[in-house]
Design a protein around this ligand. Structure first.
Ligand code: 5GP
Ligand code: MN
Length: 344
């Protein structure tokens, strides 16, 4: 059932086995469940195999992933740049997971770019960059977690996959598919989940730890945004929501508190394109979701300095919130026909 070229898998296995120092695993900045799931799952397996392995995350990540196995040992580059640089110096293999452009590393980009050891990319986004020695990239996988689990099955590391690693991988698959709502057209996803289930994972508990772990303030912010910060454009089957810095202050906003907001307008009848704009200190973070064929990563690439998947993409715009919202409204007519083709 393996879809990745076995030669690539053997090269990947060979690089891990020939590492004589330590191995460093790196997710993208503002890591999500799949970035942390794939990295921490692989971290546990390599550790179980007796290898030296460290995780360096470019930035901190939401608290609702802090329960995951290995979280305590993750080095946060933005908080500990020297410790991160030392960990890289002490390693000879760097594995980049769940992203495929150096820009997704933020301020850690230069360190990875100039890394003297071997570099590998394991990812499932379109258009992989060429900044690593080995590229394992396949968009037909729901998640990097599903991909790395599938790859490891054909290596001698398979026996080291335990319940902890399985739990991390399930977290990645669950979050990248919106709890099996999208990106699940390939049966392999469910075959992997079946294998993870046999390893004894507790799906209900994992779901609860990720999705039932928010503050009351976050829920109030959600209600506020739905009532006061959402515009529906019925003629374009689209909706946009925004959160200002002032809103964030009023509701004691923490990293990850806006998680899932962008999906909510998709439950409105007829809406197939949803946008969320979150104000940051220096820019506006853009998040897009769609249903069906309409490719939001193309919109992000063309107008919002980003990319991602067909139905889930993101980017950044160095503009004010008002300019961003006007820009969004101004581009809707261009995509009207494509959006309408997605309406079922
Ligand atoms: P989210 O809306 O959850 O932040 O991101 C959804 C997806 O869009 C991510 O899984 C990632 O593939 C992509 N994405 C988010 N932000 C960016 C960005 O700034 N640049 C690029 N290239 N992709 C992004
Ligand atoms: Mn992913």
């Amino acid at each position: 059932m393996e879809r990745v070229d076995i030669k690539l898998i053997k090269q990947f296995e060979g690089l891990i086995k020939s590492s004589s120092k330590s191995i460093v695993l790196v997710p993208h900045m503002h890591a999500d469940g799949d970035a942390m799931g794939s990295v921490l799952g692989l971290w546990r397996i390599l550790k179980n195999a007796g290898l030296k392995v460290k995780v360096i995350s470019p930035t901190k990540y939401p608290e609702f992933y802090h329960w995951m196995d290995g979280h305590e040992e993750v080095i946060i580059y933005s908080h500990h740049p020297k410790q991160s640089a030392r960990a890289l110096e002490e390693s000879d293999l760097l594995i980049c997971m769940d992203f495929n452009q150096l820009s997704r590393l933020g301020d850690m980009k230069a360190l990875v770019e100039s890394y003297p050891g071997k570099k590998v990319l394991v990812d499932h986004h379109p258009y992989p960059g060429t900044f690593t020695d080995l590229v394992i990239s396949d968009i037909s996988y729901s998640s990097t977690s599903e991909l790395i689990f599938s790859i490891l099955q054909s290596t001698e590391f398979a026996p080291y996959i335990d319940k902890n690693a399985a739990t991390s991988f399930f977290t990645g698959i669950m979050t990248d598919t919106g709890s099996f709502d999208y990106s699940v057209s390939n049966p392999n996803t469910f075959e992997v989940v079946a294998q993870l289930t046999r390893m004894g994972i507790d799906q209900q508990n994992i779901h609860s730890k990720v999705y039932d772990n928010f503050s009351a303030e976050r829920m109030k912010l959600m209600g506020f945004c739905l009532s006061n910060r959402m515009t529906v454009y019925p003629e374009y089957h689209a909706a946009a929501m925004y959160i200002t810095l002032e809103d964030q202050k009023a509701f004691n906003f923490k990293t990850g508190d806006n998680e899932g907001f962008v999906n909510m307008p998709l439950s409105i009848k007829g809406v197939v394109f949803s946008a969320l704009f979150t104000e940051k200190e220096k820019y506006i973070k853009v998040s897009f979701r769609s249903k069906g064929e309409f490719a939001v990563n193309e919109v992000c690439e063309k107008y919002f300095n980003g990319g991602g998947h067909r139905n889930a993409s993101g980017g950044e715009l160095y503009a004010s919130m008002q300019e961003t919202l006007l820009k969004f409204e101004s581009i809707l007519p261009e995509f009207e026909d494509k959006i309408k083709q997605s309406v079922k």
